[in-house]
Design a protein around this ligand. Structure first.
Ligand SMILES: O=C(O)CCC(=O)C(=O)O
Ligand SMILES: [Fe+2]
Length: 357
């Protein structure tokens, strides 16, 4: 990572800016309108086709809901929207594959395989609430795919920047759990229904830098795609460039940057779990000739061994499962090999798993 990019990233972590009542913008498509007043929680409003800015009331409720997890000490005891370290973090032995002081792999044996673990026969989330506290830091280290670790030494960015990034990741992870609770409630499920799939999640942050381009009409920052994971929590600067495809007419619509806000993108996994109640939205990134742009998506995803299929509670004889079960790790690897590594593999899409009903 270039030092300039890192500096920009850290500047963007002026948490005092982020923690003022955060505006959550849902980038999703509610295929079917689901009633939401249950538990006095609003669904990320409206059934409009692509992105929805929650109104003030919904925002207040979302902030309240975000604090829900404080009950019974289940999550971070400090307010979620405060940037503070996890209690008991210091001195805690981490099961990292890296020796945290030496910038070298630890002597602990580690997997050398390139593929995610083989799928288990069924969904396999662990349900112990304690594991939920697995921090983003340890989770990111333990579960970052081997092909990322293989040739790359740990970045020599100095402890303070590393700590800032790791704490930010942890903070985002907590936010991810709160958003999952809102989604569960909106689907008529128990608030914690989805959380258990994320105990050992494979979440990660990407730092995107889009240089300005003299011929922007000839280039795209990121080609059109749907996010394959569960949730994307995106922070973007004020330049703008994210476009979503409006389903009604296929037009690309710019997502206007709003200060102190996150854009939350519902990904393919939520689409499948919800049996199409939610639909992940096609989006892309345009560039411009004037200004470079930075964005920092956090991809919140379950462990690689998780098998994904529509949730039983959301299927019935009248509304049968619309997707075949698939393994998240294999999906992720296939997407990576086709999209980013250009290995001449078919670009896997969620509709490949759609059943012919
Ligand atoms: O840069 C952005 O706004 C979005 C990037 C994106 O869609 C992605 O990384 O999946
Ligand atoms: Fe994306």
């Amino acid at each position: 990572m270039s030092s300039q990019l890192l500096r920009h990233f850290l500047q963007s972590l002026q948490i005092s800016d982020l923690i003022k009542p955060p505006l959550i913008i849902w980038l999703c498509m509610l295929a079917n309108h689901v009633k939401l007043d249950k538990n006095s929680m609003k669904k990320p409003t409206s059934s409009m086709t692509e992105f929805t800015q929650v109104d003030e009331e919904a925002q207040r409720r979302i902030s309240q809901a975000a604090l829900l997890g404080r009950k019974s000490g289940q999550v971070h005891p400090a307010p979620l929207f405060k940037f503070s370290s996890h209690p008991g973090r210091e001195g805690k032995k981490r099961s990292s594959k890296w020796d945290s002081n030496s910038n070298k792999p630890s002597s602990r044996p580690r997997s050398t395989g390139r593929s995610p673990p083989s799928p288990r026969p069924a969904e396999s989330p662990s349900s112990t609430s304690q594991r939920r506290h697995s921090t983003a830091r340890s989770s990111l280290r333990r579960h970052s795919p081997p092909w990322w670790r293989r040739s790359e030494p740990r970045p020599r960015t100095g402890d303070s920047s590393r700590n800032a990034c790791e704490e930010y990741a942890e903070w985002l992870q907590n936010l991810g759990f709160r958003l999952l609770e809102l989604l569960s409630l909106s689907l008529g499920l128990h608030a914690e229904r989805l959380n258990k799939y994320f105990n050992d999640n494979t979440g990660y942050i990407r730092l995107n830098h889009y240089p300005s381009c003299p011929e922007p009409q000839l280039a795209l920052g990121v080609g059109r795609h749907k996010d394959g994971g569960a949730l994307t929590i995106l922070s973007q600067d004020d330049v703008g460039g994210l476009d979503v495809k409006r389903k009604s007419d296929g037009e690309w619509v710019r997502v206007k940057p709003i200060p102190n806000s996150f854009i939350v993108n519902v990904g393919d996994i939520i689409q499948v779990w919800s049996n199409d109640e939610y639909e992940s939205v096609e989006h892309r990134v345009s560039v411009n000739s004037e200004r470079e742009r930075f964005s920092f998506p956090f991809f919140f995803n379950p462990p690689f061994q998780t098998n994904i299929r529509p949730l039983e509670e959301l299927t019935s004889e009248e509304s049968p499962a619309r997707y075949e079960e698939y393994n998240w790790g294999r999906f992720f690897k296939a997407r990576r090999d086709s999209n980013f590594r250009k290995l001449n593999k078919e670009n896997i899409q969620i509709y490949h798993f759609r059943k012919a009903l």
